[in-house]
Design a binder for this molecule. Structure first.
Ligand SMILES: C[S@@+](CC[C@H](N)C(=O)[O-])C[C@H]1O[C@@H](n2cnc3c(N)ncnc32)[C@H](O)[C@@H]1O
Length: 298
């Protein structure tokens, strides 16, 4: 699917067939379409999420000689950090459903001189890798975009060898992540349509700790643990927050691109007011909450 054709459609119109596989392809295409912004902001993303990365690596403890799979890698920050821990002899596969994202991860690896990584185009709901082929699976802010996260968890179980570990991060409750909630709320109010649309995966699909734990337990994983981590977001200005957040969030970018100019202006005004309470002397500072989950295959 040509990603550029996707910008301009709305999430609610996934294509002529309108079925789940069309909707899935549509969502994947939206990520493809924002890959350029992920390349541009890769260092910012890794800095913002450094605390999450550190926790994911602590929870899964990749060791020299081990094989690590990063799912939904985007610009590859987590896998690139893991690559240092598995040397000598280990390997990291940076994977994403969007080929443009894995291309960015590959070029970042080359620029950083990290040689023990490969990239693969993989859908985390249907991981095209052998059974029991990884010691560690990592996924930062990706599992919540699965249409069927229980299936994705079963796939993670399948590719882990016995004794293998998984660590993943998803966004916590919408109410506790105003940096993104405000924009979705604003788009919903402006368009009169719920964003993200009901029944479609979105950033807060796995915001419930018990649901996340159940999904991992249901896949057969053991020692399941879910904890919270505060992750704040800073922007130097309202304009920077708006531009960066909407450029990076695949579904949001598509929604905004489909709005008429007057509606975009209306949205800006709404958001300026909504962001008021988060204004500081240096710009905007939002609190945020991430869920960290870890488990292992017995
Ligand atoms: C919010 S970004 C996170 C990127 C990266 N993990 C990070 O933390 O910087 C979500 C990523 O999930 C990827 N993605 C969405 N659905 C996916 C799927 N079904 N399988 C694999 N990757 C997927 C997108 O292409 C995008 O790169």
């Amino acid at each position: 699917m040509d990603a550029r054709k996707i910008i301009g459609q709305t999430i609610e119109s996934p294509g002529p067939a309108g079925g789940i596989s069309e909707a899935r392809a549509h969502l994947h295409g939206m990520w493809e379409a924002v890959a350029e912004a992920w390349a541009k902001h890769a260092d910012y993303i890794d800095t913002r999420a450094a605390g999450i990365t550190g926790k994911l690596l602590d929870l899964s403890s990749p060791r020299p000689g081990e094989r690590v799979l990063e799912l939904a890698c985007g610009a590859g920050g987590v896998g690139l950090a893991a690559a240092r821990l598995v040397t000598p002899g280990g390997e990291v596969v940076l994977s994403d459903v969007a080929a443009s994202m894995t291309a960015i991860a590959a070029s970042r690896a080359a620029a950083l001189g990290v040689h023990n990584v490969r990239t693969r185009e993989l859908d985390l709901e249907s991981i095209d890798e052998r059974d029991c082929s990884y010691d560690v699976v990592l996924c930062r802010e990706g599992l919540m975009f699965a249409f069927d996260p229980a299936k994705a968890a079963r796939e993670i179980f399948r590719v882990l060898r016995p004794g293998g570990r998984v660590a993943l991060a998803v966004w916590g409750p919408r109410e506790q992540n105003p940096w993104l909630k405000l924009i979705f709320d604003g788009v919903s109010a402006q368009t009169g349509k719920q964003a993200p649309p009901p029944g479609r995966p979105g950033p807060f699909s796995l915001q419930d700790k018990a649901k996340l734990a159940d999904i991992l337990l249901g896949a057969g994983l053991a020692d399941v643990s879910v904890s919270e981590l505060a992750v704040s977001t800073h922007a130097n200005s309202f304009e920077e927050w708006m531009a960066r957040t909407t450029a990076l969030a695949g579904p949001l970018a598509a929604l905004l691109a489909s709005m008429p100019e007057a509606a975009k202006q209306g949205l800006q005004a709404r958001l300026r007011e909504a962001a008021g309470p988060y204004t500081t002397s240096t710009g905007l500072d939002f609190p945020g909450l991430t869920l960290l989950a870890s488990a292992r295959r017995k």
